[in-house]
Design a protein around this ligand. Structure first.
Ligand code: NIG
Ligand code: FE
Length: 428
């Protein structure tokens, strides 16, 4: 066995999430496959074996032993929805909302997304990279080994390309897996909003100017649209996303976040990889998703931070057979957190999922929301060696110690991604 083999031993529990290599739905979400007395053998970038230590010892000869010291081992978390490339924080809006000014009204006044757009346009690629890198490392410190990162604060050809190039550089630099998404349709920029033909002109810019370059330079795996009354309509979203699909991109959507408007139905119609938010999804939207392959990515951190009490109908989605994923929505306006385990807490306490369900939502279904569930999200032979080691002795403590985090170390593709407990790097 070569020197790049790792043998994880002495975990109090190993959550494998082993099972079908696709999104889990309904009662499939209720079993995260919790093992005790289980070791995990990694070779290179893959998991080779999971089982009782004595059955692994022979094939593990020469492997570096990682002593989990009674901690809990899980698949690395897949954060399938972030907007991590932005400039300044937007703390002033939090207090404004507390005085009763709604999120959409702040946007109408030129704040919100527009404020981040003005700011991002003044910054260089190097500056944006330097701002984003520690944010992604912070996510890694909370057990995230795959992160989706969207553009969407540029909203011009030059500034969207600048953002996507920063994401590409981050992917080349950081140990975590980074999946890039083009969200040129995050807002209609203010200068276009002021023109009578502005909406049409911005759609043309998205479809005829931005998309061809992004597709040619392979700068994004997915296209996303903020499909919401007051932002992009269902018909506009259909036009943009159909063009993106024809150009070879996958589809994600910000769907029915604040108001029910038929966005979930459109996601199902377009066979989107995921429909995200869904706090205001209608019964028809749930039925459409249930009849599709689309993953529902729920973002309860956003509702918490916006001060909303109405969360996405997670139980109804699961009981209708819709696969549910959980993500941070990390962004400066509505969810400035990198604390993924806190999202698990909200998953249990606000969305009323079981611990097994939030674990499956964070791993297998997070991977499915990025189209990579065939190789990511499980501690099972042949899967990518993405693991997180937690400083708890029972996995139920992950959502329980809310706000704590407690990730001791993580590995992405068999390489250290985050190391808090340095002893781990030297023990063999
Ligand atoms: O997912 N809703 C649209 N996009 C983000 C918020 C972006 C912002 O306010 O800067 C979201 O909530
Ligand atoms: Fe978002």
């Amino acid at each position: 066995m070569s020197a790049d083999a790792l043998l994880f031993v002495n975990a109090a529990q190993v959550v494998t999430c082993a099972g079908p290599a696709r999104a889990r739905r309904g009662s499939e979400m209720a079993d995260a496959q919790l093992g005790t007395g289980v070791a995990v053998l990694v070779k290179g970038d893959s998991i080779v074996d999971v089982g009782p230590l004595h059955t692994l010892e022979r094939s593990a000869e020469g492997a570096t032993r990682i002593d989990c010291e009674g901690g809990v081992l899980t698949p690395g978390f897949n954060d399938s929805h972030t907007h991590a490339i932005f400039g300044r924080a937007r703390y002033e809006e939090q207090e404004l909302r507390a005085t009763g000014v709604p999120y959409m009204e702040i946007a109408r006044r030129g704040g919100g997304i527009h404020s981040s757009v003005r700011d991002l346009r003044t910054r260089s690629e190097d500056e944006l990279f330097a701002l984003a890198e520690p944010r992604l490392r912070a996510l890694a410190a909370f057990g995230v080994t795959t992160v989706e990162v969207k553009s969407g604060y540029g909203l011009s050809l030059e500034d969207e390309l600048k953002t996507l190039r920063v994401i590409r550089r981050l992917a080349e630099t950081l140990p975590m897996r980074i999946v890039p998404t083009w969200l040129g349709a995050h807002e209609i920029p203010l200068d276009y909003r002021e023109r009578t033909d502005g909406r049409r002109a911005y759609l043309d810019l998205l479809i005829n100017e931005m998309l061809p370059v992004i597709a040619r330079e392979r700068l994004a795996k997915f296209a996303d649209v903020f499909c919401e009354p007051g932002v992009f309509t269902v018909d506009e979203s259909r036009e943009i996303l159909s063009a993106a699909r024809a150009a070879g991109l996958g589809i994600k959507m910000h769907a029915d976040e604040l108001t029910s408007g038929g966005a979930a139905e459109l996601a199902a119609e377009l066979r989107a990889t995921s429909a995200d938010h869904l706090a205001a999804v209608s019964d028809a939207g749930i039925a459409a998703l249930a009849a599709s392959e689309t993953v529902a990515t729920l973002l309860p951190g956003t509702m918490l931070f916006l001060g909303k009490t109405a969360h996405a109908p997670a139980r109804r989605l699961i009981e209708s057979g819709v696969p549910v994923a959980l993500a941070t929505d990390f962004n400066p306006g509505t969810s400035p957190t990198t604390n993924f385990p806190l999202i698990l807490t909200l998953g249990v306490s606000q969305l009323r999922l079981s611990v097994a369900e939030v674990l499956v939502a964070a791993t297998v279904n997070g991977a499915a929301a990025l189209g990579i569930a065939d190789s990511v999200g499980q501690l099972a032979p042949g899967f990518s060696a993405d693991l997180a080691l937690w400083d708890v002795s029972d996995v139920r403590e992950l959502p329980y110690w809310y706000g704590a985090g407690r990730c001791r170390a993580s590995w992405a593709c068999g390489k250290p991604c985050h190391v808090h407990d340095l002893a781990l790097t030297f023990r063999s």
